[in-house]
Design a protein. Structure first.
Length: 244
């Protein structure tokens, strides 16, 4: 789950697993209302889908992070076929992507993740969930399992390397703290958004698993450490990932 904003938002419904955020998942065709077509142009969903699929294809060919995740999945025995395992769909605007463990599919929200940079962020995040599911047979209904993979996705994708340096006068200790806070906050909202739980319950789950899961850097961290002289280069390229 990849909330498009960090606002808590409203409770959507009684749905427990967040699938109501992805109306096309369970056979429902997203139907824009007439006013939405007139005001927001949401009737153009077919051209949006094609643009989204182009962005996915481009990221799979050119994004180092996405390529790395695809390679890691392949070497773990879970090779990704883009046409089978990635789906561009219209979602609720509160999310930019998702991972459906029942269908083993990444959802890219074509109406929210509309640039290559955002698409790369969504793909990296959701492919980490797919990787964790492939590697550990996660039980997404177990809130601690969910919290762990959300901590890893926030750590390796959203709050990725050195973004706090951009804030200027940060000391190394401050950067480490800021990064941990970023991961905790992002993971907490992802858990809350995926499961019908309060922010307090989501925070408690994240706190329970944080140390273990924050330090599990597979598969990206190991690669980055090995390439550690390239950290400056990676930092300069951070804009590609939408981490500006
Ligand atoms: Zn997530």
């Amino acid at each position: 789950m990849n909330p498009s904003t960090e606002q808590p938002g409203e409770e959507k419904s009684e749905e427990k697993w967040g699938f109501d955020l992805y109306p096309e998942r369970r056979g429902e065709k997203y139907k824009p209302s007439l006013t939405k077509i007139a005001l927001l142009g949401e009737g153009r969903e077919q051209s949006q889908k094609i643009k989204c699929e182009k962005n996915v294809w481009y990221c799979a060919k050119s994004s180092p992070l996405v390529k790395l995740m695809l390679a890691a999945l392949k070497s773990s025995g879970c090779e990704v076929d883009l046409t089978r395992h990635v789906s561009c769909e219209v979602c609720d605007v509160s999310v930019s992507g998702g991972y459906d463990s029942e269908l083993n599919q990444v959802v890219v929200c074509q109406n929210v993740a509309r640039t290559e940079g955002l698409t790369q962020g969504v793909l990296t995040h959701e492919l980490i969930h797919m990787f964790d599911y492939c590697r550990n047979k996660l039980d997404f209904k177990n809130i601690d399992h969910l919290a762990c993979t959300e901590v890893r996705a926030a750590n390796l994708a959203h709050c990725s390397f050195l973004s706090a340096v951009a804030q200027g006068d940060a000391s190394p200790f401050h950067i480490a703290k800021a990064h941990q806070d970023c991961v905790k906050t992002k993971a907490m909202y992802s858990v809350k958004c995926t499961r019908n739980v309060t922010l307090t319950e989501a925070k408690a789950a994240v706190d329970r698993v944080f140390d273990r899961c924050y330090n599990d850097l597979e598969p990206i961290g190991r690669r980055l450490r090995r390439n550690s002289p390239d950290m400056h280069k990676a930092y300069k390229e951070r804009f590609i990932y939408g981490y500006d």
